[in-house]
Design a protein around this ligand. Structure first.
Ligand code: SDX
Length: 426
């Protein structure tokens, strides 16, 4: 038995449950033995549940700490590029120069998709939401790799992860090009990951596309800030899908679907639409009142977080990036004025202070993405692109853990007890 335990008394029954400690963060009570006394835990929304053991990302919500493999998000956003973060999430350590160059070359050479993927898009309406197209095309990728889906082979798992990380920018750009009716642009091996994405998004055959180093750096940093975030809804979706033995492309497609929700990754698109609806600074108080009204389902999109109860460290970095990009591009965006005033008011309003609601990563990412020319309905696709490495790393880690079991929660049943069925046919 562990050196720390919790004693649970239920009626005349008593059970001693081990308390487990990690290298950082809260201890957990291991409740796996609860079945012995014929009970389940009950925690809708997993407000107080640890679903797994992981070494990838650590969050301290009270202190606003986010670490990837022990490296702080502030250090990574400042001094690393996204592919270094991808490498460390997948492999556990930051790469040395040799490993980094080899990894970068490997990713670069997996950016093309099978040419028949182009035909997938012919089945979509021209105005299909990019996330609808991304869900479909990511899941369908598995149809090209039937000979490389042995999920219990770590080499094949890593190869799938590399294919997914490498091909997501290509697929996301294809969704955008299909929406705007422009020809798909093939990846270029002479460009960096972020430059390649921008080129596939915005270049056209008719003229040369000049990549702005500022925008490329901002995009690379946005990818880093969205790379992974512990057991959030979409990552938990990927883990649950993966626990059944589903192939990695199907699992990542499940993650894309979960991320799409406005309470999760869809918040950046919803936040910008909200800022547009507010329209001007003088209309902010009306929306603040709506957000506080219990009978009004309206919420301030881009505010609040299940885990961060002081501030989202990514929002801090994103805010700086936001100002850098707008200054560099000499853009005066009235929506930023509304966003700044909304932030100022919300952070001083007792309702938001008590409930610890503050701007999260999605609040600023939408403004930066708009500033660099990404259309609003593409925001969550960018989030999915960046988060693919997080999803793949957790999927890979779960399958590498001994004794991995299929995820199968139970429930508190409150339906009808057994009763006779009277058929209308008799
Ligand atoms: C992401 O989990 C992750 O790590 C996610 C993410 C990642 O990187 O993967 O960080 C990315 O999803 C960020 C969150 C983006 N979502 C939004 O910006 C949507 C708006 N935010 C809310 O929907 C909400 O804050 C959540 C979903 C983010 C968190 O919800 P919780 O933890 O379940 O909190 P809750 O809904 O129980 O709210 C607690 C209280 C409630 O009031 P009471 O019932 O206690 O009176 O705060 C209120 C809520 O009504 N509240 C808000 C609010 N968010 C919560 N009121 C107004 N506006 C809001 N945004």
């Amino acid at each position: 038995m562990a050196d720390k335990t919790a004693i649970l008394k239920v009626g005349d029954k008593e059970i001693e449950l081990p308390i487990l400690s990690g290298t950082a963060g809260l201890d957990v009570i291991d409740v796996r033995a609860l079945g012995k006394i014929g009970m389940f835990t009950f925690d809708p929304g997993f407000m107080a549940t640890g679903s797994c053991e992981s070494e990838i990302t650590f969050i301290d919500g009270d202190k606003g700490v986010l670490l990837h493999r022990g490296y702080s998000i502030e250090d990574l956003a400042r001094d690393a590029d996204y592919l270094e973060v991808v490498y460390m999430l997948l492999h556990g350590e930051a790469p040395n120069e040799k490993d980094y160059q080899e990894f970068k070359s490997t990713i670069t050479r997996h950016t093309m998709v099978h040419d028949s993927v182009n035909d997938f898009f012919k089945g979509f309406r021209r105005d299909a939401h990019p996330m609808a197209m991304l869900c479909g095309t990511v899941g369908a990728l598995s149809s090209f790799y039937h000979d490389d889906l042995a999920i219990h082979d770590p080499e094949q798992r890593l190869r799938s992860a590399i294919r997914l990380v490498a091909k997501m920018p290509t697929l996301v750009a294809m969704c955008y090009k299909f929406n705007v009716g422009q020809p798909f642009v093939y990846p270029r091996n002479d460009l960096s990951y972020a430059e390649n994405f921008l080129n596939m998004m915005f270049s056209v055959p008719a003229e040369e596309y000049k990549i702005s180093p500022t925008i490329a750096r901002a995009v690379d940093r946005i990818f880093t800030l969205h790379a992974d975030h512990e057991q959030n809804a979409s990552t938990s979706t990927v883990r649950l899908a993966g626990s059944s033995g589903a192939n990695p492309y199907a699992c990542i497609a499940a993650g894309v679907a979960s991320l799409w929700g406005p309470a999760h990754g869809g918040a950046n698109e919803a936040c910008l639409n909200m800022l547009k609806e507010i329209g001007s600074v003088d209309r902010i108080p009306m929306f603040i009142e709506k957000a506080k009204d219990k009978n009004d389902p309206f919420r301030l999109m881009g505010f609040g977080h299940r885990v961060y109860k002081n501030y989202d460290p990514r929002a801090t970095v994103m805010r700086e990036s936001c100002h850098e990009v707008l200054k560099e591009l000499n853009l005066k965006d009235p929506l930023l004025d509304v966003a700044m005033e909304l932030e100022r008011i919300a952070l001083s309003d007792p309702y938001f202070v008590e409930k610890k609601l503050f701007p999260n990563v999605d609040f600023y990412s939408g403004i930066v993405l708009k500033a660099i020319g990404i259309p609003t309905n593409m925001f969550t696709c960018i989030f999915a692109l960046a988060r693919t490495v997080g999803w793949a790393s957790h999927w890979h880690e779960m399958l590498s853990q001994p004794g991995q079991k299929i995820g199968r929660p139970r429930q508190l049943y409150t339906g009808k007890t057994q009763r006779p069925f009277k058929s209308i046919k008799k």
